[in-house]
Ligand binder design. Structure first.
Ligand SMILES: Cc1cc2nc3c(=O)[nH]c(=O)nc-3n(C[C@H](O)[C@H](O)[C@H](O)COP(=O)(O)O)c2cc1C
Length: 440
């Protein structure tokens, strides 16, 4: 039996604390040349796709813009369309939420991207989590979780109706007879969220339906993904958590008449490479110190304690009092949602810090650690392959900590080792992203 093949995607590091913009090697997050560099490296390495996350409002903390991470992102469709012109095979995946948009517009944009890229478009459908972002849209309103998912599901299905309103054989373009089109593009959709009808102006695109990715992790999110997604972007990147997520979500497919290979599960993964494992661990430690500066440590503590800690010593113990309950001082940050019980989390952190003799900053380094793969290229290739063969995932969405050169070493050293093992393609086998993902 041939070994399971690994899927790889490149995440252009967005606004998050894994990105080290202050590194001497780091470049711009907004100049086109940065996007080109990362995308072309990913394509040289035969990756499945390039991935852009979405964040639609500048984050704030204590009423000020949070500028310890990279701030600001250009528009997704503009970036991906431009990348379509400087790449040939690489998939182009954009995160676009279903809460603040309209199906007609988003379907038109993705169908267009699929045409311009000759079948390489993917849509990561997210619901977006916070009312703070919602203030930029929807006349100030927001949607509760259950309505966000019901809107997301009908949004996606409506978009599919629009894509499917063309069969693909309507364009005749017969110069002799003067007939350009037979009839096509009719749609009429009515449900609790949308009541639209007319004609969809973009003829059927190369993939028909661009690839659908999802990233929800709640019960509703997993169910939605099992029903509709071609790929899932998850944060469960370790063996145990990965296997649990993988079997849970793949186990949900049968009730939708789908089989396990119709859904590709891809955790986010960071990596640090060195000539030896020991050197990689040293570099990884330096990277963590860059990612969690003294100021960042304080800001992270403030997010849990929900109060101003600007006078706190990051190299001393954790605050001795309990987190403040009430309106959150941190706005627009996804990880804040994970602190569902801040008082309990603070107690856990205090126990951990005491047991391991950690300062506040060291504790934050410990609890926010996300370096999945550290080692020589050989070690990293083995570790990745082990996870995939053990069904903890089908591959990874790699998040380099430096933009745009952070993927170079991976492309040059790890990819060839995966190819030697026969678990990663030597070349693309077809033109479309569906081909790369084995979805055709
Ligand atoms: C790995 C991962 C990446 C995500 N990236 C984004 C993103 O870039 N933009 C966004 O608005 N939501 C993002 N989300 C949020 C989810 O897609 C989802 O909308 C949100 O988590 C609420 O759904 P849930 O309650 O099912 O988790 C991400 C979630 C995960 C797990």
């Amino acid at each position: 039996m041939t070994a399971k093949q690994i899927h790889l995607a490149a995440h252009f590091p967005g606004v998050n604390n894994t990105t080290v913009w202050s590194d001497p090697e780091a470049g711009s997050h907004i100049e086109f040349s940065s996007f080109v560099k990362l995308a072309q490296t990913a394509e040289r390495a035969k990756f499945d796709f390039f991935f852009l996350a979405e964040g639609l409002r500048l984050r704030e903390q204590g009423g000020e813009i949070y500028d310890l991470d990279v701030v600001g992102r250009p528009d997704t469709f503009t970036v991906l369309s431009a990348l379509a012109a400087v790449t040939d095979r690489l998939g182009l995946a954009g995160t676009i939420n279903s809460t603040f948009n309209e199906p007609f517009e988003v379907a038109r944009q993705f169908a267009s991207l699929d045409h311009l890229s000759a079948g390489r478009a993917a849509w990561n459908v997210v619901t977006s989590w916070d009312a703070f972002t919602g203030e930029n849209f929807r006349r100030g309103g927001f949607l509760p979780q259950d309505q966000r998912y019901s809107r997301a599901e009908t949004f996606l299905r409506t978009a599919w109706e629009l894509f499917d309103s063309w069969r693909g054989d309507e364009l005749v373009a017969d110069k002799e007879s003067g007939r350009f089109l037979t009839d096509g593009g009719h749609f009429a959709h009515r449900d609790a969220h949308f009541d639209i009808s007319g004609r969809f102006p973009v003829p059927r695109s190369p993939q028909g339906r661009p690839v659908t990715i999802q990233a929800g992790d709640s019960e509703e999110g997993r169910e939605f993904a099992a029903a509709t997604a071609d790929a899932i972007f998850t944060r469960h990147g370790t063996l145990e958590a990965g296997q649990a997520f993988y079997s849970d979500v793949k186990g949900r497919l049968a009730k939708y008449g789908r089989s396990p290979h119709e859904l590709v599960i891809l955790p986010a993964a960071t990596f640090v490479l060195g000539d030896t494992d020991a050197e990689a661990h040293e570099i990884a430690h330096e990277v963590r110190l860059q990612q969690v500066s003294e100021q960042t440590a304080i800001k992270f503590l403030e997010q849990l304690w929900n109060t101003d800690l600007s006078d706190h010593d990051p190299n001393g113990p954790l605050p001795s009092f309990d987190p403040v309950v009430g309106d959150l001082i941190s706005k627009g940050r996804a990880s804040v949602r994970m602190h569902r019980d801040p008082v309990a989390t603070a107690h856990e952190w205090r126990q951990l810090a005491e047991a391991k003799h950690l300062s506040s900053r060291e504790l934050i380094i410990e609890v926010t650690g996300r370096q999945n793969f550290i080692g020589s290229a050989e070690t990293v290739a083995s570790a990745m392959n082990d996870l995939v063969q053990a069904d903890a995932s089908d591959g990874f969405i790699l998040v380099p900590h430096v933009t745009p050169g952070g993927l170079d070493r991976f492309a040059d050293e790890v990819v060839p080792r995966l190819q030697e093992r026969g678990v990663f393609r030597e070349d693309y086998r077809g033109p479309t992203l569906r081909d790369h993902l084995g979805l055709n």
